[in-house]
Design a binder for this molecule. Sequence first.
Ligand code: SAM
Length: 239
Amino acid sequence: MRQAFDFYVHMRTVCHLDQVRQPKVLDFGGGWGRVSRLFLRDTKPRNIYLAETRASTVQLLKDLNAPYTVIHNAPPPPIIGLPNDLDLVFAYSVFSHLSEKYFLDWMAYFLNVLKPGGHVVFTSRGHYFIRHLQHLHAREEAADPTLAEHIRRLKQMMPHPDQILRLHDAGEFQFYPIGGSEELTPSFFGEAFIPEAYLKKHFGDAIINFTEDVPRVDQSITVLRATVRSYAVTDLITA
Ligand SMILES: C[S@@+](CC[C@H](N)C(=O)[O-])C[C@H]1O[C@@H](n2cnc3c(N)ncnc32)[C@H](O)[C@@H]1O
């Protein structure tokens, strides 16, 4: 919750959310709603849309009587039942896991469901996680069998962290199809690293903020501002 709160405060500040009355927001890949719930102080519960692709998480939200508008979406766009006048779309620790194709398709989709001047805020893997991987690689075999298995899997499924760092600093989008639980198949889910240079190349001036320095948040945070025109995926790819 502390991570979620610092992320929320950052969004509020960069997007000037205090100036928006009753904002309509989408928590994409919202999990159990740790970020969504913070918006209950800003807007009516029905203005908070939480989209999730794992059926078990959607069931958990129902069991919790989550007051938001919960939508069970398929892994690729669109999200059925979403309005197209949102003030904010955010995704905490979701694009740290999705493939490049999914990333670009979802960004194009979000930019089309936002009001002009609305924002997309998302996190991804960056230098913090690469340092963590370097640390894991350097350590001796872990005594805890779960941790040992985790390290073995990371070493097997991803290149050496020094290589990841080189590609990251060269501006490459990196996706390693490790997969996750339940519906999160390796066809689109794993570990994703998105460098600032890649984002600048694809989104240009739409990026109004990029940081890896928000307290307690161990991922990069990017803020995009939607302009009047709509985007198509091809615009993003050829930009
Ligand atoms: C690491 S969790 C983060 C959950 C939440 N944002 C949080 O910070 O607590 C990633 C979440 O994204 C969801 N997810 C992954 N791919 C998705 C997709 N294509 N559409 C919607 N949700 C997705 C997963 O089911 C999972 O709940």
